[in-house]
Design a protein around this ligand. Structure first.
Ligand SMILES: [Zn+2]
Length: 131
């Protein structure tokens, strides 16, 4: 429980779980590599619907992600948010993430498994009207 290497991973990046947040339990994280970091809500720049809850868990990790979400309410997009470190993405009251794309991935020259920077595009679908 609480492992970053959850079996619920989807997509090509094993350290990002797009389905749900891990269970932190009473009184904080069981896994010391998980910190209860910053939550960033990506909102649609057109209709302002909350699209994605981005939770930064390991801000010390050298990885920069430029995250943008498409809106299932109006077919527009959020602004791009730059996040440092590992992160999870979760649903909001109004939207859930249906797919994720990684573009412009830049890896370490020696260890190609280390991602230095990437663009992340999250597709979302509407689950509740936002008014
Ligand atoms: Zn929208």
């Amino acid at each position: 429980m609480g492992s970053l290497d959850s079996s619920k991973n989807r997509g090509s990046r094993p350290d990002i779980n797009i389905t749900e947040f891990p269970d932190l339990g009473e009184g904080g994280a069981e896994n010391p590599s998980i910190t209860d970091g910053e939550h960033v809500i990506l909102e649609c720049r057109h209709c302002n619907a909350p699209l994605v809850d981005v939770w930064v868990t390991s801000p010390e990790v050298v990885m920069v992600s430029r995250i943008q979400a498409s809106c299932g309410h109006c077919d527009n997009k959020s602004f791009i948010k730059t996040v440092h470190g590992k992160f999870y993405v979760g649903e909001t009251d109004y939207s859930l993430v249906s797919s994720v794309q990684y573009n412009n991935i830049e890896t370490d020259e020696i260890d190609r498994s280390i991602v230095l920077s990437q663009d992340v595009l999250l597709s979302t679908v509407k689950i509740k009207d936002y008014v």
